[in-house]
Design a protein around this ligand. Structure first.
Ligand code: URA
Length: 237
């Protein structure tokens, strides 16, 4: 692999930035200053550093993002901004895509990855990976509504949802719902089946991941090593 390609796939520097760093003598390959940005390197074996900082090769990347209102869970959209647009340009070359969808007006935890197998496994209905949402609805909910959530709700198209855990706050108009599946507009449609209406929805957990309290809306970070190991375990890879 070319050195400048390595810097691009590790989201370290663009081709232009790499050329500049090489010219400035800032890039080393196995401790030797690189002379050319198109030098061939072995990403698995060679030790590459930029300004003395080792750059580690990770073919798969996992990004946790706090989705803001109005963004769509897609890699491209002709009309609305996509969650991919919240990442810096260097990350757009990594082939990341959203692992599952949140509606345009749903907020909170999104996982983006370029590991198709892990995404597929985390979303597979067989694995029942749980997702928790904080919600608000228009009208107060009662014990019977909660029972229906826990038993499974029949949606307008006849589909009966799997049991969903629900907790209610004192105001009876907010709380948390935990799903183990991910049907289109699922929570909205479950509430509609109870003649209610979602006014706020935020995903707070996805499998072993929790939305970090210090990650502002619209911000993102890569998973920590522990988080990455936890999702690989949840995906059973
Ligand atoms: N349920 C919904 O209705 N919308 C989401 O974005 C996620 C779950």
């Amino acid at each position: 692999m070319r050195l400048d390609k390595f810097f691009s796939v590790t989201a370290t520097a663009s081709r232009k930035e790499t050329a500049k760093a090489v010219r400035g003598g800032l890039v080393t390959v196995n401790g030797v200053i690189a002379k050319r940005a198109d030098q061939q390197i072995d990403p698995e074996k060679d030790a590459i550093a930029l300004a003395g900082r080792p750059i580690c090769y990770k073919p798969y990347r996992y990004v946790l993002l706090n989705k803001p209102d109005g963004y769509v869970s897609a890699t491209e959209d002709g009309r609305d901004p996509t969650v991919l647009e919240l990442l810096p340009p260097l990350y757009t070359d990594l082939g990341l895509f959203p692992c599952g969808r949140l509606d345009k007006h749903t907020l909170g935890l999104m996982l983006l990855t370029n590991n198709g197998e892990v995404a597929h496994r985390l979303l597979s209905p067989r694995r029942h990976v749980a997702k928790q949402y904080a919600f608000r609805v228009k009208f107060p909910l009662n014990a019977e509504d909660c029972e229906r959530f826990r038993d499974g709700v029949v949606l307008e198209d006849g589909y009966e949802t799997k049991p969903a855990d629900i907790t209610l706050a004192e105001d009876l108009k907010s709380g948390t719902v935990t799903l183990i599946e991910g049907k289109y507009h699922q929570i909205k449609r479950m509430m509609e089946a109870l003649h209610n209406q979602i006014t706020y929805l935020e995903r707070t957990t996805f499998g072993p991941l929790t939305l970090p309290a210090d990650l502002p809306r619209g911000a993102w970070r890569e998973l920590t090593l522990e988080e990455e190991q936890a999702i690989l375990q949840a995906a059973e890879v």
